[in-house]
Design a protein around this ligand. Sequence first.
Ligand SMILES: Cc1cc2nc3c(=O)[nH]c(=O)nc-3n(C[C@H](O)[C@H](O)[C@H](O)COP(=O)(O)O)c2cc1C
Length: 397
Amino acid sequence: MSEQTGAPGAARAELVRQIYLAGISGHKPELSTDLTSLEEAARAVLEPHAYAYIAGNAGTGTTGRANREAFERWRLLPRMWTGVSERDLSVTLFGQRLDAPVLLAPVAAQTVAHPEGELASVRAAADVGLPFVLSSVSSHSMEDVAKAAGSEPRWYQLYWPNDPAVAESLVRRVESAGYAAIVVTVDNPAFGYRPCDMDTAYIPFVHGHGIANFTSDPAFRAGLPEDGGPLAAAGHWAKISSNPALTWDDLPRLRSWTTLPILIKGIQHPDDARKALASGANGVVVSNHGGRQLDGGVAALDVLPAVRAALGPDVPVLMDSGVRTGTDVVKALALGADAILLGRPYLYGLALAGQAGVEHVLRCLLADLDLALALTGSRSVADITRDLVVPSGPLAP
Ligand SMILES: Cc1cc2nc3c(=O)[nH]c(=O)nc-3n(C[C@H](O)[C@H](O)[C@H](O)COP(=O)(O)O)c2cc1C
């Protein structure tokens, strides 16, 4: 645990006071505290193909831009003198208490950003007290990442492979390695059309990044030729990794393999949210994959209220795609989310300074969020209600 923030759950805005105090002896933060500026900083240190893979979007980038524009269209309407000297950021999801309504989104092949990849990110998450969601396509195996997380919570994101033996084997390992929930991503029946990656002719997986959960899996290895090296493994992975035949009728099979909570990630239509729950899921993540899959799609924030309305107040609804600041988190919570997943910003921190860079990003986000609670007159996450946001423009008298 770092000395900078104190114990998890301590007033996160304390970071801001510490930064100003350190300024007396001439210290400035090594990375900017403006998380929206880290993309440009990361671009300067990453190889062009690595930057393109992380920052890039599908097609012309319309969905990615829409995600940010949706946050811009909502404004916070703060309330005063509500007594905010003590603030509680904690939330409870599936009976698990989280220090804050923030998780680290599943992001593939993190050794593209930094040699330590997911191990650096999960250690940072653990130090700051936030759950890490490990991608199926990680550069370190789920067991190694679990070890690095120690006793801190972690979830696992599943891309359901088309080989049933591998799918079941992965899920059994997830349970044994102490992951607390499974997030099934459904917005990828195919890899999106991404000119940014095609123009650099780069995808991490064929270069050996991101298939550690498979090369360490007995069911996957059983399908490899005996003399197969890394190229054979990547080739076999490419054959089994996507599963465009899946329908909602398949979900009960996954349900029968695990007692863990199952969340469906990539929900963008209220009817799909209903189908997910009816098929055995326990919650959903409203997401368009950060605009990386379907171009010209809806902003995730724009569909969040409809999904919340479809599922009612008690079903866990998480969201991601476009969250960059603490005030974005407040807007998402006010519009129906129980928690958000932070995506690219922590990858930029990873690229810039490894574990310390991810910690910096997470601490800044939480400080901003803690202050946003104070400044909107909210003492706890429960106080963040729909009337805290209004559409941009004059308030009706
Ligand atoms: C480089 C990169 C790789 C990603 N890999 C995965 C993945 O393996 N599984 C998944 O469910 N989502 C993946 N995502 C999507 C994120 O989980 C999340 O939905 C997205 O980053 C949110 O958008 P934002 O980063 O613009 O806020 C990836 C995103 C990025 C940027």
